[in-house]
Design a binder for this molecule. Sequence first.
Ligand code: PGA
Length: 221
Amino acid sequence: MKKLTIVANWKSNMTSGEAIQWLQEFPISQIQSHTSSKEIVICPPFTLLNQLKWYVTEKKLPFQIGSQDVSPFPRGAYTGEVAADLLKEFVTYSIIGHSERRKYFHEDGQMLANKVDLAHSSDLTVIFCVQGANTSIPKGVRVVAYEPVFAIGTGEPDSPENAESVARSISDNTQVEMVLYGGSVTEKNVSSFTKMEHIRGVLVGTASLNPSSFAQIIANA
Ligand code: PGA
């Protein structure tokens, strides 16, 4: 059976108090039987990485931690940036190339390739977001999330059949080993994506902010 990867992208949400409440309310018993077949990754804002890492380690929760972005520069005089080398103290995964980064922060192919290189130098697993089968994918990327812009935060997911055909095309034509789907994933529709042959997991935004919905997504995937 294929191992699935289920990623929560909290985006710019959650205070430390809200994150603790999320963790306390998360119905861990509901996902206990799924943790050997599903890798669960939580990507909080930078401000919560330290706290989340501490909590997950202390309580032995079956979660990996990821960052939502990584600096295109190494550590040094880059005010406001967080280098991969600093992130690796807290995370094992990094999302790179999310469409919101491309749109609001004008991130281009060269910048994304620099981010990927630095993340790999720090041994982080990159989850590289693409908006379609033709988005260019930097060298060395093994995990891609197909996230069509029309489906993000709209409640209008892509069809599982179309997502599967994009995932198949990426798997057949690149060195990528794993394609996830993201865009309006909920507990109701998750299995329609994860049952597809070339879709190996999901990237969840809005529905991951609610601990019971996210647990249900893990259970239903
Ligand atoms: P959504 O976001 O689940 O709210 O559509 C997904 C994403 O942007 O990663």
